[in-house]
Write a protein of this length. Structure first.
Length: 201
């Protein structure tokens, strides 16, 4: 084990490092944190899904991801109400787990409109699929509409299928496996009650 100083030996510094990495994950497609695992309960069954971290608001502790309105995920999450996001960067040996409240935004509100406007055409095309996600198929079939073939009707349908999910963190755990192992807890709580602590790795 290394005895070199680590930002994870200081709770405040570690908190800043973690959120800076999360910010980079939202902004840089090649960052390891750009592809977290979302986990939620479908009844009594935990369901993990790899998603794309689309945006991040540190002051609100809010994470933005997107989904298709026709997916099972979009139907289940409003009932589940709570979910987690797990991140792992193998190069930095850093694992983060965010737990909190999750909601599907009203598609008629401005936040959904703004998120849709930021997407490139290729991403918008994903939501124009004519076959609902999860539909059983007898054989492999390409259900994606090619970008070059997109029509105005396709884009109208795609926008109708587009949904924004917001997860608001109540708790964040960080595990640094580089050098001396450090595990940290940041509990954001409710009504402004917050605490930070080290945990045994």
């Amino acid at each position: 084990m290394s005895n070199d100083p680590s930002p994870f030996d200081d709770l405040k510094l570690a908190h800043d490092v973690v959120w800076n990495e999360l910010r980079d994950g939202a902004q840089k497609p090649r960052h390891a944190f750009h592809w977290p695992t979302l986990c939620y309960l479908d009844g009594f069954t935990p369901v993990p899904r790899t998603v794309v971290l689309r945006d991040l608001e540190r002051s609100e502790k809010r994470f933005e991801i997107h989904t298709d309105a026709r997916s099972r995920k979009a139907a289940v999450i409003p009932k589940a109400k709570h979910a987690s996001l797990s991140f792992f960067d193998p190069k930095k040996s850093l694992q983060l787990t965010v737990m909190g409240r999750i909601a599907v935004l009203d598609p008629r509100k401005g936040e959904t409109e703004a998120a849709w406007d930021k997407l490139n055409l290729a991403t918008k095309a994903i939501y124009a699929n004519r076959v609902d996600p999860g539909t059983a198929m007898l054989e492999p079939e390409n259900t994606t509409v090619d970008v070059d073939d997109l029509t105005e009707d396709d884009l109208v349908r795609a926008k109708k299928n587009f949904r924004v999910l917001h997860l608001t963190a109540d708790r964040l755990e960080a595990l640094s496996l580089k050098g001396n192992h450090r595990r940290l807890l940041f509990d954001y709580g409710l009504a402004g009650q917050r605490r930070a602590a080290w945990l045994a790795p």
